[in-house]
Design a protein around this ligand. Structure first.
Ligand SMILES: Cc1ncc(C[n+]2csc(CCOP(=O)(O)OP(=O)(O)O)c2C)c(N)n1
Ligand SMILES: [Mg+2]
Length: 722
């Protein structure tokens, strides 16, 4: 594939720029003739690549097409003001002209359209125009309209955090005056994540350039459905510290001037800026859309009259900057280049089918939490057996923060006290369950801090930070309230590595207090639902049941390179039965290894979480039945060897899980046992699980709904006799 100076990073000019410095439109904001011609070249190149892809799609040589047509002027301007390899980019799918300006080659752009394994954006895994280019600091992009906003906010916190943490401040992967660019359409500004990101960036003066590419439509839905008053720049005008500019995004010179000023504001540390660019969408939304269905001819003609591909060449000629012949020559050159790129892209290799599962998870031994690298022996530093799960989780967080200065903790109420002037006078909050207590006091407010009350904000920002080398360990206060973050978990955190073909990763640990048996937890503080995470490839999911396992598994979660859902059963935080000793600062348990709680040879119970102890107590009721109990601990991956060994030995099995009985985690285990171990079974597989209901407030109802000791006992007795 054609190599550019940018691809090996060697040619990237890492100097910051605010544009060329003049704010005088009469000087074309300092742009000289060569640069103005280059702007035209890039806009024309972008449009021609759209046209080339449209042809390829009609010939069925590519599988999808979405254009950047009409957005070119504002995006080339942004690309000219900002610096690849210095600034950071979270683009939108219309941003073809931006990535070309930053240095992506036409062949690299087309490589994604043909789905080549050599495509630097995704290796054939994502639709065209889902950008990602490691050397250019273009972060991997998904199809979700809005998620990128919070990730950009998180990425923009990195310089402030790194510069204020003594052990990180000399790292060379941040710049004091860098800018994080993120773009979005007029329609997608309706997503809550847009507002959350602008709010957070304005609140903390983060160096973000929010670029709203307003073409007046979201597929067929016009702006009056999206935005009160019809103008996003007006609607955001109350945000403190936010520089706002609204301009004709079809005029590249004006766009350049306005964006330069916005970037100057950001680089000076005053806060974020919102650039509201009025653009057009002369082609359909995508090739699956026909805009004539909803956009009348007159409106289309008005748009065409503003098209920068028509107006800018006239401008260059009228201003005496180029002749018609020179412009034709430029177009001929670009046409040849595009044709060469098409020929080249069509020859690129396609992905081998056997690579489908590559990079769902980290593959290097030191990054993959299932390897022996994460299997260490405990070195006990206490022997009274009195440490609770909360004690050992807290100790693990503390020792990991001491070991690795890039570990940062945030979430709702996790700090000791936001107003640091009170820190000596108060005990400190440290989480509603106290798991993070004292950490802010020890490590300071730049490493342990509160988030706003917004779950997508927590996970989205963590992704942006993790992509840039921090190790966020975040808390979702209760599993019951994780849903606003679910888009970020399911469609973003899980597949950053896979969708970028291993170019990017996001090693975030999401700690989630989960589960019932609180006696009064009611529907909104008692839910379980592990399958929501285990059904999402890319996420590691664990739920320890003892204090020592919690410490060993949290350490693995923090040190590995996969995103981890670390499920902490609230009921197990301070029980007597699961207390233990401090297993030391290097104790790790590899994921995918179950623990045998007790051996037995009549039947096997496979379970995890709060049901481990319930199963054990039920088994104790039977002197004459020998029950083996396996605590899975790790739900994805789970220890099939342990399950299979025990079922082959005992031939009877009960699966216990706190999720709803139907479609719960144990349903998968039961199915696989019946699939692969059917001949070994001497009785039907039994399930002990929650009713298909919500969890009620009154303890009598709660007991009825959640699985308990009696439920296990009933099944043990029945199955033993079978
Ligand atoms: C969260 C989400 N909802 C819906 C979609 C489907 N979708 C893709 S693009 C789009 C319209 C976006 O409009 P706008 O933000 O104005 O950008 P434009 O396409 O006009 O550039 C929709 C609804 C999506 N990709 N993601
Ligand atoms: Mg739009």
């Amino acid at each position: 594939m054609e190599q550019t100076k940018q691809q090996d990073g060697s040619g990237i000019d890492k100097r910051p720029t605010n544009g060329t410095g003049t704010t005088n439109p009469g000087d074309y904001y300092g742009l000289d003739t060569d640069e103005l011609m280059d702007i035209y070249r890039l806009m024309y190149l972008s449009r021609k690549l759209d046209d080339a892809e449209i042809n390829l799609k009609r010939q069925q040589k590519i599988y999808f097409q979405i254009s950047g047509a009409g957005h070119e002027a504002a995006l080339v301007a942004a690309g000219k003001v900002l610096q690849p390899g210095y600034d950071w980019f979270y683009p939108y799918y219309r941003d073809r002209a931006l990535v070309l300006t930053l240095g992506m080659t036409p062949t690299e752009v087309l490589a994604e359209a043909v789905g080549s394994s050599e495509d630097p954006n995704s290796g054939g895994r994502q639709m065209p125009c889902h950008w990602g280019h490691k050397d250019l600091n273009i972060m991997t992009q998904s199809s979700c309209t809005g998620t990128q906003m919070l990730q950009a906010a998180g990425a923009a916190e990195v310089p402030d955090i790194m510069s204020k943490v003594e052990e990180l401040k000399d790292r060379d992967d941040y710049e004091d005056d860098e800018v994080v660019f993120v773009s979005i359409g007029d329609g997608a500004t309706s997503e809550g994540e847009f507002w959350e990101a602008v709010n957070t960036a304005a609140n903390f003066k983060l160096p973000v350039l929010f670029m709203v590419e307003d073409n007046g439509y979201a597929i067929s839905v016009p702006v009056e459905v999206q935005t009160a008053g019809g103008s996003i720049s007006k609607a955001t005008s109350g945000f403190e510290n936010l520089h706002i500019t609204e301009f004709d995004g079809c005029d590249p010179v004006e766009s350049y001037g306005q964006i330069s000023e916005a970037v100057e504001y950001i680089r000076s540390g005053k806060g974020p800026a919102l650039a509201h660019a009025h653009v057009i969408r002369p082609y359909n939304h995508s090739m699956s859309d026909n805009e004539k269905d909803y956009k009348p001819e007159q409106e289309r003609e008005e748009e065409a009259a503003r098209d920068p591909l028509n107006t800018f060449p006239d401008f260059l000629v009228d201003e005496g900057l180029a002749t018609r012949d020179e412009l034709q020559e430029l177009r001929d050159d670009v046409d040849t280049r595009v044709q060469d790129a098409v020929d080249e892209a069509l020859e690129l290799p396609t992905p081998e089918p056997e690579t489908a599962l590559d990079f769902v998870y980290a593959e290097d031994d030191e990054a993959n939490p299932t390897t022996a690298h994460f299997d260490t022996e405990p070195e006990y530093s206490s022997d009274d057996g009195q440490s609770t799960m909360v004690d050992l989780l807290n100790d693990c967080l503390r020792t990991e923060m001491e070991r690795d200065p890039s570990v940062v903790i945030f979430g709702e109420d996790v700090a000791d006290v936001t107003r640091e002037e009170y820190i000596e006078d108060v005990k400190g909050k440290g989480g509603v369950f106290k798991v993070t207590h004292g950490l802010q006091k020890q490590f300071g407010g730049r490493r342990v801090f509160n988030s706003p009350l917004a779950e997508a904000n927590i996970v989205g920002r963590a992704i942006g930070m993790a992509q840039r080398g921090l190790r966020p360990v975040v808390e979702i206060q209760f599993y019951d309230y994780i849903w606003p973050a679910f888009m970020q978990l399911r469609n973003e955190l899980s597949n950053v590595r896979w969708r970028s073909n291993n170019a990017f990763s996001a090693p975030v640990v999401v700690r989630v207090p989960i589960g019932g048996y609180l006696g009064g937890g009611a529907p909104y503080h008692s839910q379980s639902g592990t399958t929501l995470f285990t059904q999402t490839p890319g996420l590691r999911v664990v739920m320890p049941s003892t204090a020592e396992d919690a410490a060993g598994m949290l350490r693995t979660a923090i040190r590995c390179d996969d995103p981890v859902m670390f499920l902490e059963h609230k009921h197990l935080y301070r029980q007597q039965h699961n207390k233990g000793n401090n297993p030391g600062d290097n104790y790790m348990i590899p994921f995918g290894k179950a623990r045998t709680v007790q051996e037995g040879d009549d039947l096997t119970i496979i379970t995890y979480g709060a049901l481990v102890e319930r199963a054990r107590r039920a088994a104790k009721r039977f002197d004459n039945i020998s029950v083996e109990i396996i605590d899975l601990r790790s739900l994805n991956p789970y220890d099939w060897d342990a399950i299979s060994h025990s079922v082959k030995k005992n031939n009877k099995v009960i699966v216990g899980y706190e999720d709803n009985s139907s479609w719960g985690f144990g349903t998968e285990i039961a199915t696989r046992i019946s699939d692969e171990l059917f001949e070994y079974l001497d009785g039907p597989i039994q399930r002990v699980a929650s009713m298909d209901s919500f969890v009620a407030y009154h303890p009598d109802l709660e007991e009825e709904i959640l699985p308990g000791i009696d439920d296990f006992a009933e099944k043990i007795e029945w199955l033993a006799k079978y």
